[in-house]
Design a protein around this ligand. Structure first.
Ligand code: HEC
Length: 190
């Protein structure tokens, strides 16, 4: 009994094999269509345009603008691109001292792509920079960030210098303070 023809390759070839008389299925053509094109080179590097677009996308969704672009959050993410990642005078103050989101537009000009790839794979900063997020990116994403930021060109001034703990920063700054521990609970009656 013949299986009912289906779209599966196995069924088609089975049918062709047991069909009496002249071949009705051109198996050579079928095979030619199904054989993947010869792959001589490994997957090509995405185009420059694709890398930059990915870098822009990552900058938006990974939150880099939130801290490194002045006024970004306040504008609801409307800051024009030519002002992106120019660093921020808004300090982040906590037990680590006071840190300022660096001017990444200047930073990427200091190094070529290979240096950035090494640097970003091992990035260690003080809080609240999510350096772990950058380290967790795969190389193609870190390359895309580089291409995008580098293509924006240098702009702005270096961010203010880091202040060690105990040094009061100029306003404005964000102070990270834990609320006081809750008062011990009164023993319940009974
Ligand atoms: C919560 C705020 C915040 C976010 C979000 C953030 N950063 Fe940062 N970033 C900082 C601060 C603050 C510093 C300075 C840290 C220090 O002084 O040690 C910094 C430092 C850096 C540095 C080191 C620069 C230098 O000169 O030492 C790099 C590179 C960097 N950030 C890249 C990124 C990228 C890429 C993203 C998005 C994936 C990002 N940051 C998201 C706040 C942030």
């Amino acid at each position: 009994m013949h299986a009912r023809p289906t779209l599966s390759l196995l069924a088609v070839s089975t049918l062709a094999a047991c069909a009496p008389g002249p071949q009705t299925v051109d198996t050579a053509a079928l095979a030619a269509n199904l054989t993947p094109a010869p792959t001589s080179a490994p997957a090509a590097m995405p185009s420059e345009a694709k890398l930059r677009a990915r870098g822009e996308y990552l900058t938006r969704i990974a939150g880099c603008n939130d801290c490194h672009t002045p006024g970004y959050a306040e504008s609801g993410g409307q800051t024009p691109q030519h002002d992106w990642l120019t660093g921020s005078p808004l300090g982040w103050s906590g037990p680590w001292g006071t840190t300022y989101p660096a001017n990444l537009r200047l930073k990427v000009q200091e190094m070529d792509e290979a240096a950035w790839l090494e640097y970003s794979a091992e990035l260690h900063t003080r809080p609240p920079m999510p350096d772990f997020a950058v380290r967790a990116m795969d190389e193609s994403d870190r390359r895309a960030l580089y291409r995008f930021i580098h293509a924006l060109g240098p702009a702005g001034q270096p961010a203010p210098a880091y202040l060690p703990p105990g040094q009061v920063p100029q306003r404005p700054y964000v102070q990270w303070v834990l609320p006081p521990a809750p008062a011990p609970q009164a023993p319940s009656a009974g």
